[in-house]
Design a protein around this ligand. Structure first.
Ligand SMILES: Cc1ncc(COP(=O)(O)O)c(C=O)c1O
Length: 383
């Protein structure tokens, strides 16, 4: 029998290498999980409050409430605020379905708004058009859910005057941007409320589902605390609202506490890697643009190219994983197609869904691996 070649195959390139983080933090994470198993307070144990306080210190929000996931964080926030059947909630179409889902579940109406072609975030001009569309349909413009897509905050200085002028309420869907900043403000401090997700692939991710809600409003915070636990009043068997079971698990909080300790360093690494991608690729594809005074946590590093599918195929052949977020804007999804869209349509969301491509991005992506990705991309797009 012929001997096999002894040259080991090079390690596969990961899109998001959670294993590398695990190799660094594994012992600390295992000890944190073991401590929870030992004390046995699995539901709202001490780590949940400790983590909420640590997040509050990290981002400056007065109230931080951990919860079951980023989707429930949006639901809890909208329920705390209260929405009626004729309320219009403006939502960018180029986002994950979770942004619009809680609006529909509350029987309010999502009105889809276009995004900016360079930042992928809600376009203030389209928001204005959406307000006109909503009124023309007999809806009451009530709220905006601004999404900080791929890790960069939306352009809040441009949005807030429109929001104030039209007496709207701002909820920041920061599922992808926790840890980022915007002109001296930290994500979590922006909006009447903000929400995030600790889904494992997020920049700050746990080992299952998790989320959080941020607000400086005492009454909204109290309502969320109640809603998170079956609408509890003075105790859990006193039900003053129709609530949810939407708590953050103690084990997940313990994991997140450990991950939060290295999070600033990881954000720096992500930023360094993203800037290097932009330096090396900016001449052949559209690279992400940061608005003045904003930072991103680079939940995704997303390029735009008219040859997206061909490029993705070439990269796959070269062993490089990529992903498309999002291949179909929400207003084109079966479940949401009947809802209004701003103005005459959402051409930017539609074009981006055909042209975006996210490259491998995580804090442990080393230079030689990034070089391979860049070289394969440059080979796929000859100039
Ligand atoms: C923009 C956005 N909003 C909301 C969510 C929902 O978060 P979760 O998956 O934790 O429910 C996600 C998750 O991917 C997201 O990307």
């Amino acid at each position: 029998m012929k001997a096999r070649s002894s040259t080991p195959a090079p390690p596969a390139i990961e899109f998001n290498d959670l294993g590398a983080q695990r190799r660094r933090l594994g012992a600390r994470l295992d000890a944190a999980i073991a401590r929870v198993i030992e004390h046995g307070r699995f539901i709202l144990g001490p780590e949940v409050r400790e983590f909420e306080q640590a997040l509050s210190e990290f981002c400056g929000a007065k109230h931080v409430i951990g919860c079951s996931n980023g989707t429930d964080a949006l639901s809890l926030s909208l329920r705390a605020r209260g929405l009626g059947a004729t309320d219009a909630v403006f939502v960018p179409s180029f986002t994950f379905a979770a942004t619009a889902e809680p609006v529909s579940l509350l029987s309010a109406t999502p009105v889809f708004v276009d995004v900016h072609p360079d930042t992928f975030n809600i376009d203030p001009q389209s928001l204005k058009a959406g307000i006109v569309t909503a009124r023309a349909r007999g809806l009451r413009p009530a709220a905006v859910i601004a999404v900080d897509l791929f890790g960069q905050p939306a352009d809040y200085d441009a949005l807030e005057p429109i929001i104030a002028e039209n007496q709207l309420w701002l909820l920041a869907d920061a599922a992808q941007s926790f840890g980022a900043t915007y002109r001296g403000r930290r994500v979590g401090e922006i909006g009447a409320m903000a929400t995030t997700s600790f889904f494992p692939a997020k920049p700050l991710g746990c080992y299952g589902d998790g989320g959080a809600i941020f607000t400086s409003d005492d009454a909204l915070a109290e309502a969320v605390l109640s809603l998170r636990m079956h609408g509890k009043g003075s105790d859990k068997y006193d039900n003053v609202r129709i609530g949810m079971n939407a708590r953050l698990d103690t084990i997940q909080a313990a994991i997140l506490l450990e991950k939060l300790r290295v999070f600033p360093e990881e954000i720096e690494a992500r930023d360094r890697i993203a800037r290097r991608y932009s330096d090396l690729l900016g001449d052949i594809v559209q690279v992400p643009r940061l608005i003045d005074g904003a930072s991103s946590v680079w939940a995704q590093y997303t390029i735009v190219t008219s040859e997206r599918d061909r490029v993705a195929h070439a990269l796959k052949q070269a062993g490089i994983p990529t992903a498309v977020y999002y291949a179909r804007p929400l207003h084109r999804q079966t479940a949401y197609a009947a809802y209004p869209v701003a103005g005459n349509g959402l051409p930017v969301s539609e074009r981006l869904s055909e042209q975006v491509l996210s490259l491998p991005m995580h804090a442990y992506l080393d230079g030689p691996t990034q070089d391979k990705i860049v070289n394969a991309l440059r080979a796929a797009i000859p100039r």
